[in-house]
Ligand binder design. Structure first.
Ligand code: SF4
Length: 214
């Protein structure tokens, strides 16, 4: 492998966990890591390198449009007779050093239900894991709450469908294991292998650093 030496770039000082202030991962980091672990590696060690792309800005505008439409809809799409909706809810789980902002939370008399909007025609395992992260943070947000967090929904923007995801113990375990792997990678500053789906590299803005692909 012939990587560009990282000391040529603007490295940040990553504190060891769990010292104060703790290094914090976000659900967007989880999303990038699941897409390709190297992206999180570059973003963490070279935070000034990544530009804001048109794709990112358009994604933000699309989310704002969806929220406006959501406010006009009933909750029947989610099979719920009633409930209150909260948008862009910030969340934090100290145990996982994880934070994020979920698109919507529906509160019923007995449940808190996170909803994540995805610009995709179908749900994949990575979507489920990101939703689980929001569910985990919601479940740990208020220890005194008797509202349960046992499921969430992924709203598929192109098909306007809401797909229910149950928060099973195995999904939670997979989340905890993945977060641990992410922290290990960041703390040890070890570059992970490239994605085995080379098609992802074609449009990747970090391709110039990955001399071992394409
Ligand atoms: S170029 Fe490929 S291997 Fe490198 S960060 Fe991008 S997706 Fe990952």
């Amino acid at each position: 492998m012939n990587h560009i030496p990282l000391d040529q770039y603007d490295l940040i000082d990553i504190p060891d966990l769990p010292h104060d202030p703790p290094f914090m991962l976000r659900v967007t980091d989880l999303k990038q890591y699941l897409y390709c672990p190297r992206i999180l590696y570059y973003q963490t060690l070279l935070p000034k390198v990544r530009p804001t792309t048109f794709k990112m800005e358009e994604g933000q505008r699309q989310h704002e449009r969806i929220i406006k439409n959501e406010q006009r809809r009933t909750l029947r799409l989610y099979g719920l007779p009633n409930g209150e909706r909260f948008f862009n809810v910030p969340l934090y789980a100290p145990a996982l050093h994880l934070s994020g902002e979920v698109d919507m939370v529906i509160q019923t008399e007995t449940e808190l239900i996170p909803v994540d909007y995805k610009n995709s025609k179908r749900v994949n395992p990575n979507h489920r894991l990101q939703l689980m992260a929001y569910g985990y943070m919601l479940a740990h947000a208020d220890p005194k709450s008797d509202l349960t967090v046992k499921r969430g929904f992924i709203y598929l923007i192109p098909t306007r469908k809401a797909v229910e995801v149950k928060f099973t113990p195995s999904l939670q375990k997979r989340l905890e294991n993945t977060i641990q792997l992410m922290y290990n990678m960041v703390q040890k500053q070890q570059m992970p292998p490239p994605t085995n789906q080379i098609a992802k590299c074609v449009d990747c803005e970090f391709r110039r650093f990955c001399n071992d692909v394409l």
